[in-house]
Design a binder for this molecule. Structure first.
Ligand code: ZN
Length: 101
């Protein structure tokens, strides 16, 4: 198939337009994802992953333990479980007694 120069030009500009619009859509999508991530973080931050109620943060020996007041689940940040596992038995008992009724 032989293209006349003007048709070739038109094809080129159409493709350019498509690429430009595609980039715009991709950027829109990226912004949407970023916004969605932000929205989800704000919605779920310091909420219990199990029941959705507020978590209460308790600092103990450099560890921040998040405890749900409703279902009494206990949540730890990255590395905190390892840190707690290195506690002396007496420190562990003291930590557990904080949550005892
Ligand atoms: Zn809960």
């Amino acid at each position: 198939m032989v293209w006349k120069p003007s048709e070739k030009e038109e094809e080129y500009f159409a493709r350019m337009e498509f690429e430009r619009k595609k980039k715009l859509e991709e950027e829109k999508h990226k912004k949407f994802i970023e916004g969605e991530k932000k929205r989800l973080k704000e919605l779920h931050y310091m909420k219990c992953p199990k029941c959705g109620m507020e978590l209460i943060e308790i600092k103990y020996q450099g560890i921040k333990v998040d405890k749900c007041w409703a279902c009494e689940g206990v949540w730890l940040d990255a590395g905190e479980l390892e840190a707690i596992s290195r506690f002396e038995k007496t420190s562990l008992d003291k930590l557990f007694s904080v949550f005892k009724k």
